[in-house]
Design a binder for this molecule. Structure first.
Ligand code: KG4
Ligand code: ZN
Length: 333
């Protein structure tokens, strides 16, 4: 008998639904919210309202695309956390009522674990144990993955996430939210000529708030001398910011790989869509004899396919939730 699951993702500003059958993604529909652009960041209240509007059409479209009827579903999965409480509540409440109406089990999924499980959607798949650098708008973690259910955070940021560092730097340059992809785009035509400090943290941890302050003072200084400094140097500034962030990420990743004597190295999360980070992983991999795993672009930023993949493993382990489940905005594994 085949196993068919519906999965919902609603932790931040993407409403997404996916259908997975026997570990194969049949549909992955994503509605990205545009309302936040004008505010320079995600407004939780507006995000919740958008999720409320989007969730039913997105689920309907996913079922239609997968050519699956509701009665064929074996379980419904959802993101329990981490994320914004209001947006999570929409997904959790939807999944609970859906499960109740169809009398099927519920599967709760950790969003950060799902980013890592995105590596099991397509070939090539990493072998256990592997190290995953999970980089998103809310998190920066080095995770030692021993099996689908044994994940250990060995290092993480003590302040801003790397995605936040990209977005906040972009904001200082006058770029709209989310600025990460724009920094990536402009950096491609620039040279990293401006040296920004790299903050050294103990062990495998990160700190990105110092870099943001350094960029602020750097811009203030230069704008005093030349009011068109940003306009005239945008590509080079972006390339310099991107290099500082990439160097910081890789210093600790290399250290962790050495300590664990691990040669299977993956990246995951929204920031793993960054072209310089992807290229750097490939380059370090060649140099260090790593087998590297870079997810497809569509599975880097938030999507329900990754929730579905994580849920598939939980279904096989009969790891179900009850109707008492509620969102956990600070969920850890
Ligand atoms: O994983 P994700 O979609 O959402 C969270 O769980 O946070 O990650 C979103 C983050 C944002 O900070 C966005 O600017 C960043 O990923 N991002 C990028 C790129 N594409 C997305 N940052 C740098 N370069 C990119 N190409
Ligand atoms: Zn995410």
């Amino acid at each position: 008998m085949s196993v068919t699951l519906l999965a919902i993702e609603s932790s931040c500003d993407e409403t997404s639904a996916a259908v997975i059958q026997d570990g194969k993604i049949l549909a992955n529909i994503i509605a990205t919210q545009q309302v936040h652009e004008a505010y320079g960041g995600v407004v939780p209240e507006l995000a919740s309202r958008e999720h409320q509007k989007n969730i039913i059409p997105v689920v309907q479209q996913a079922l239609l695309r997968a050519n699956i009827t509701k009665s064929a579903l074996n379980a419904v999965a959802f993101t329990k956390g981490p994320g914004l409480l209001g947006p999570l509540l929409v997904g959790v409440s939807f999944a609970k009522s859906f499960a109740l109406a169809l009398d099927i089990p519920l599967i709760e999924v950790n969003h950060m674990e799902a980013h890592i499980m995105a590596h099991f959607i397509d070939e090539p798949r990493p072998q256990f144990p592997f190290i995953c650098l999970t980089i998103s708008g809310g998190h920066t973690q080095i995770v030692y993955v021993k099996s689908v259910s044994e994940l250990e955070i060995i290092g993480e940021t003590i302040d801003d996430a790397v995605g936040e560092a990209f977005d906040k730097s972009a904001k200082l340059l006058g770029l709209p939210y989310p600025g990460g992809p724009l920094v990536d785009k402009y950096a491609q035509a620039g040279k990293a000529v401006f040296p920004f400090p790299k903050v050294e943290m103990p062990e495998y941890n990160y700190s990105f708030s110092g870099l943001k302050t350094a960029i602020l003072y750097f811009l203030q200084n230069n704008l005093q001398k030349d009011p068109d400094f940003v306009k005239n140097n945008l590509n080079d500034i972006c390339a310099s910011i991107q290099l500082a962030l990439t160097d910081t990420l890789f210093t600790k990743l290399i250290k962790a790989a050495k300590a664990k004597n691990c040669h299977q190295i993956a990246i995951a999360g929204g920031v793993s869509a960054n072209s310089a980070i992807r290229a750097r992983l490939a380059e370090e991999g060649k140099k260090r004899n790593w087998e590297v795993f870079i997810p497809d672009f569509q599975y880097c930023t938030d999507n329900a396919a990754m929730i579905a993949m994580a849920a598939h493993f939980k279904y096989l382990a009969s790891d179900f939730s009850t109707q008492e489940v509620s969102p956990d905005p600070r969920m850890r594994f």
